[in-house]
Design a protein around this ligand. Structure first.
Ligand code: CA
Length: 238
């Protein structure tokens, strides 16, 4: 069972997708434009996005680029164009998989399952000692195995990247983690701009109910890195 965002302007295809995905016990939200999709992914942590390439407001490649700018959610492209060069370009631009219309429900389900297996298996793995232990920092509980985080008993609705970032920092409480290390370990990038980290940090902060000016758990040290520690003076425990 997954939380799915369907981005599709064709009412017929959209209804069919919603019906089939709901029948398969997935939670589905749907929008008809790229801009609505961007707004949705910024607010809700989906497990997977099914993105139609022919949207009325933005070209599919452009839509994918903008999605990738704000989220790391797995994206399956649904396209009517069986154009190999275009598909390769989209996969290189960050799409996780693609389907050429018309596709069967069974085909879609199989692709979704494969993408979800890949993306959820990426963190921690299984059977490894220590890596999957539940992390506790003050009132924050992070469970890498179940990919669940709670703050003071309330489950946090985090995107995949926000969760990875939080889990990485929670595994090193009180330690200033250099931005370079975050890029390498959380984003698997050898270089990148600080904005990527800053944007995700600000979203994470909002979800933790704090601000950069009045931090509780997340502390940014200009030009050095980021540190997660229990709030001072609140009797936090690690
Ligand atoms: Ca379309």
């Amino acid at each position: 069972m997954a939380s799915v965002l369907v981005v599709e302007d064709d009412q017929f295809v959209r209804s069919a997708l919603i019906r089939h995905l709901t029948e398969a016990a997935h939670t589905v939200r749907s929008v008809g434009t790229a801009l609505e999709a961007l707004r949705e992914v910024a607010q809700v942590g989906f497990d997977v996005v099914i993105l139609d390439l022919g949207l009325p407001d933005l070209d599919g490649a452009e839509a994918l680029k903008m999605l990738r700018g704000v989220t790391d959610v797995p994206v399956i492209i649904a396209t009517a164009r069986d154009d190999e060069a275009e598909i390769v370009r989209l996969l290189n631009a960050g799409a996780d998989d693609y389907l050429v219309k018309p596709f069967s429900v069974a085909h879609l389900s199989a692709r979704m399952a494969a993408v979800l297996r890949r993306t959820t298996g990426e963190f921690g793995g299984s059977g490894d000692s220590g890596g999957d232990a539940v992390l506790r920092v003050g009132g924050l509980v992070v469970d890498p195995q179940r990919r669940m985080a709670q703050l003071d008993g309330v489950v946090l609705d985090l995107t995949r990247r926000e969760f990875d970032l939080l889990a990485y920092l929670a595994g090193r409480p009180g330690v200033v983690v250099p931005r370079k290390e975050l890029l390498a370990e959380v984003w698997q990038l050898s270089y990148g701009d600080d904005q990527t980290i800053d944007v995700h940090l600000s979203w994470l902060r909002r979800k933790l109910g704090e601000t950069a000016a009045r931090p509780r758990y997340l502390h940014t040290l200009r030009g050095v890195g980021v540190k997660l520690e229990p709030p001072q003076g609140e009797g936090g425990r690690i």
